[in-house]
Design a protein around this ligand. Structure first.
Ligand SMILES: C[S@@+](CC[C@H](N)C(=O)[O-])C[C@H]1O[C@@H](n2cnc3c(N)ncnc32)[C@H](O)[C@@H]1O
Length: 196
C-alpha cells in the first residue's frame, strides 16, 4: 500500500504540538480518535516520549496508519486500533489524555456526541481532551475560507459541517467535561481543551 500523506498535517503538527506540550504534562496514555494518516501520531509520540500514544480510527484507515507506524518504530506509539466512536465498547478503556484532529466536521453531530460521551468515560479524573479543527465562533464563520469549506462539506454529506463552539461547550458540559482553554492556531483553526 502507498503510504497515505496529508500536507495539512505537516503544516499543523508543530503548532498543535506547541499546545499539547502545555497540557499533556504527565506520563500517561493518550487515546487518539480518527488518526487519519498517522502522521500526527508519529510526530507527537516522537516529541512527547513520556506519553504512550495510542491511535485509533475506522477500520479502512488502519493499514495506512500502520505503514507510518512501522516506518517510525517508536516504542511509545501503539495501535492503530479499530474505533468507530459509535461502537459501545471502546478498545482503550482508560486514558489520561484524549486527542482528535479534524474530526468534528467530518462526523455527523450524533457521532460528535458519541465521541464526547466515549471520551468522558475513558478519561481518568484529572485528564484532558484536546480537539483541533475549524470551529465557528458563537454561530459565525471565522473566515470566508471556512464558510466555503462548510458549504463543500454539506454538499458532500448534509450531516457534515463545521461545528459551533457553543454547541461543543454545551455538549462537553453534558458529558461532565469542563471547558478549559481555546487556542487560535494558523489557518483559522483552533484547539479546544476540556478537563475531567
Ligand atoms: C479529515 S480526517 C482527519 C484525520 C487526521 N486526524 C488529521 O487531522 O489529518 C477525519 C477522520 O475522522 C475519522 N472518522 C470519521 N467518522 C468517524 C467515526 N464515526 N469514528 C471514528 N473516526 C471517525 C475518519 O476515519 C478520518 O480519519
Amino acid at each position: 500500500m502507498l503510504q497515505p500523506y496529508s500536507e495539512a498535517c505537516e503544516r499543523n503538527k508543530e503548532p498543535i504540538l506547541g499546545v499539547l506540550r502545555s497540557w499533556f504534562l504527565r506520563k500517561g496514555v493518550v487515546l487518539e480518535i480518527g488518526a487519519g494518516t498517522g502522521q500526527h501520531a508519529v510526530h507527537f509520540a516522537a516529541n512527547l516520549p513520556h506519553l504512550e500514544w495510542t491511535s485509533t480510527d475506522r477500520e479502512e484507515n488502519l493499514e495506512g496508519i500502520r505503514s507510518w507506524f512501522e516506518a517510525a518504530a517508536l516504542p511509545n506509539l501503539h495501535g492503530p486500533l479499530a474505533l468507530d466512536v459509535r461502537q459501545e465498547i471502546w478498545p482503550v478503556r482508560e486514558a489520561l489524555y484524549a486527542f482528535s484532529a479534524n474530526t468534528g466536521h467530518i462526523m455527523s453531530w450524533r457521532e460528535v456526541e458519541a465521541m464526547f460521551a466515549g471520551v468522558s468515560v475513558a478519561l481518568e479524573p484529572g485528564g484532558c481532551f484536546c480537539l483541533y479543527g475549524p470551529f465557528n465562533r458563537n454561530g459565525q464563520f471565522t473566515s470566508d475560507s471556512n464558510r466555503v469549506f462548510d458549504e463543500s462539506l454539506r454538499a458532500r454529506n448534509p450531516e457534515m459541517g463545521i461545528r459551533d463552539d457553543q454547541a461543543l461547550l454545551a455538549l462537553g458540559s453534558r458529558c461532565e467535561l469542563k471547558f478549559a482553554a481555546d487556542y487560535s492556531l494558523p489557518a483559522k483553526n483552533r484547539l479546544l481543551v476540556w478537563t475531567k
